[in-house]
Write a protein of this length. Structure first.
Length: 485
């Protein structure tokens, strides 16, 4: 980018002069638009070794100002080639990238405003807009009115807050007294063997401990085995453990399987356990009338998390936690420093800093509001439907090639499959090599996972730029790599 002179050469303190800043903004806008328009021409990920980016940068802290044209030249020359381009239409790893043009514009506005959404007083519009978009999403998910939400960054943080609230319910005054030095049993958390590792991280963070997260076996469709859950709870009670919570998953990490929430809810009622639903990936399906089946049992939950940055086209990071009687969350975490004791006007009842460990909070609600208004529910649903169309299409291609087989039922935008041709004793190694070669090509990007002890390949759809042709390109690449092996 062109810059007339470095800021210190202007002989002025303060920020970049408006006339120069305006010129830079226009240049940046062109750069972003060109990046989005031509992203499929780029390598998806670099083949560089660790440290390659750092080796090209000055490791000494800058002592004097550098002109922005020099800074942006390094971004173009070093940073961008060192990025894995999640927004590339042939990036089909992890979860679908949700970068959209309205979202990018909203992020720019958020950066310009740079408000701290701690309290209503510090950011009235941010607070009220967060309340609004949370209720919009609640309506789309058809959650009962008694569920109220709060925005965090990721599902890991959302789940940690839910589990902390569950712990406080079962061990009152832990907020004040902690868990040590008290006559408390060891608490247990139950989740399926397909659930996300964030459950263990949450248990570590709130003092329950990783070993007290019990992984429940799954059935042939990778759904939690409810009979096994009941048995594990009974065994734990006999050994003087205290069952605390169950985390049911709607859209598991590997296969996007959906646990039988209604049956799990019954176990939770019978055993007086907290039911938390991890719908980080799959809960977005509830926007589609034909997919309301996914909401079965949600009205029985104590809390549910959904990540709009996974399926609902809000840029990363944006996670929402809904809780029945969210006052429990506030009672656990509200702790107001003296500098924030100014009384808010009547009617300003929500200070979102009271609903978690974070004091300073980004204005995340703006990007959700912009994206959801720009697409509308119908536009979002139409794009999700297309991803739901592409996943079975890819699965059909797999079925028609005798070298491959499906490794799990196709669910949502996820397809798990594996190479079965070749030496049976080396099939796991061959599938790993497949993933490595595909990703090293720069033309496709997938991931691997382990199911029933086998290494399998996995694609995840959800990028707004991905078309059927992009999917076919990746499939042809997969076939070519298989032939080479």
């Amino acid at each position: 980018m062109k810059d007339r002179q470095a800021p210190d050469e202007l002989g002025e303190l303060g920020d970049t002069p408006p006339v120069i800043f305006r010129e830079q903004l226009h240049q940046l806008a062109d750069w972003i638009a060109n990046y989005r328009e031509k992203i499929e021409e780029r390598r998806i990920a670099p083949n560089a070794k660790p440290g390659a980016v750092l080796a090209q940068l000055d490791t000494s802290p800058p002592e004097t100002a550098a002109p922005l044209d020099e800074i942006f030249a390094e971004i173009d020359r070093i940073i961008v080639p060192g990025v894995a381009h999640w927004a590339h239409p042939q990036f089909m790893s992890y979860f679908g990238c949700t970068t959209t043009s309205p979202g990018i514009l909203a992020e720019m506005i958020t950066g310009a405003l740079n408000v701290n959404a701690m309290t209503w007083r510090t950011a009235p519009a941010a607070t009220e807009l967060e309340t609004l978009v949370l209720d919009w999403l609640r309506q789309w998910l058809t959650l009962p009115d008694e569920f109220t939400g709060v925005v965090y960054d990721t599902a890991s943080i959302s789940t940690m807050h839910a589990l902390a609230t569950a712990r406080e319910q079962i061990a009152p005054d832990t907020r004040k007294l902690g868990v040590s030095g008290r006559d408390l049993p060891r608490f247990r958390i139950y989740t399926s063997d397909q659930a996300h590792s964030s459950i263990e991280k949450g248990a570590i963070a709130i003092g329950i401990g990783e070993e007290n997260v019990r992984r429940v076996p799954t059935d042939s469709d990778f759904r939690m085995d409810v009979a096994a859950l009941r048995k594990m709870v009974a065994q734990d009670r006999q050994q003087n453990f205290r069952p605390m919570a169950v985390v049911a998953t709607v859209g598991t990490t590997s296969t996007a399987s959906v646990d039988p929430v209604p049956e799990i809810a019954k176990v939770c009622r019978d055993e007086k356990m907290w039911l938390h639903i991890d719908g980080a990936y799959g809960a977005g399906l509830a926007l589609l009338p034909e997919c309301k089946w996914v909401t079965a049992g949600w009205n029985e939950a104590d809390s549910i998390v959904i990540n709009p940055h996974k399926m609902l086209f809000v840029p990363f990071d944006f996670s929402t936690l809904y809780m029945r009687d969210i006052g429990r969350l506030r009672r656990l975490f509200t702790l107001v420093p003296e500098c924030l004791h100014l009384r808010d006007p009547v009617g300003a009842e929500i200070n979102y800093m009271d609903y978690g460990v974070q004091l300073g909070r980004r204005f995340r609600a703006l990007k959700a509001w912009v994206v959801w208004r720009a697409f509308g529910r119908e536009g979002i649903a139409a794009r999700i439907r297309d991803h739901l169309r592409l996943a079975p299409l890819f699965a059909e291609w797999v079925r028609n090639d005798e070298r491959f087989e499906l490794a799990a039922p196709v669910s949502m935008g996820i397809v798990c499959f594996c190479l079965v041709a070749g030496d049976a004793n080396k099939i796991d190694e061959l599938n790993t090599q497949m993933v490595e070669r595909i990703n090293a090509s720069g033309q496709g990007y997938i991931t691997q996972t382990k199911l029933r002890g086998r290494i399998v390949m996995r694609i995840g759809l959800g990028n707004v730029l991905t078309t059927e042709q992009h999917l076919r390109n990746v499939w042809e690449l997969i076939q070519a790599v298989a032939a080479a092996l």
